[in-house]
Design a protein around this ligand. Structure first.
Ligand SMILES: [Zn+2]
Ligand SMILES: [Zn+2]
Length: 102
């Protein structure tokens, strides 16, 4: 029993391996276009919309990092109504979770 404990000393503690490393190659979701790494899939999905041109302002060409930011940009900078914004910024493939009742 004593010798088994000595062997156990060589194992790394699990919590040492689960560090939140993003910058040093620890990111698991990587953009195939620009190779930028993201720690979670949702951030990468937002980022991919940028490459798809979905976050580019049709009026002034400004590129935002998120579709959400573009909507805000259209609203505050170009003074568009929500209806106009909806017609410019497509809201397809937006799977809304059913539990999210406001
Ligand atoms: Zn990218
Ligand atoms: Zn604009």
């Amino acid at each position: 029993m004593a010798s088994q404990l000595r062997n156990g000393m060589l194992l790394l503690s699990p919590h040492l391996l689960s560090r939140n490393v993003v910058d040093s190659g620890g990111a698991v979701h990587r953009c195939p276009i620009c190779c930028r790494g993201y720690s979670n899939a949702r951030s990468l999905e937002y980022h991919k919309k940028m490459h798809a041109g979905l976050t580019t302002c049709a009026l002034c060409g400004k590129v935002t990092s998120k579709v959400e930011h573009l909507r805000r940009h259209l609203e505050h900078v170009h003074k568009l109504t929500q209806q106009d914004i909806r017609s410019i910024v497509p809201t397809r493939n937006k799977a809304r979770p059913p539990a999210r009742l406001v």
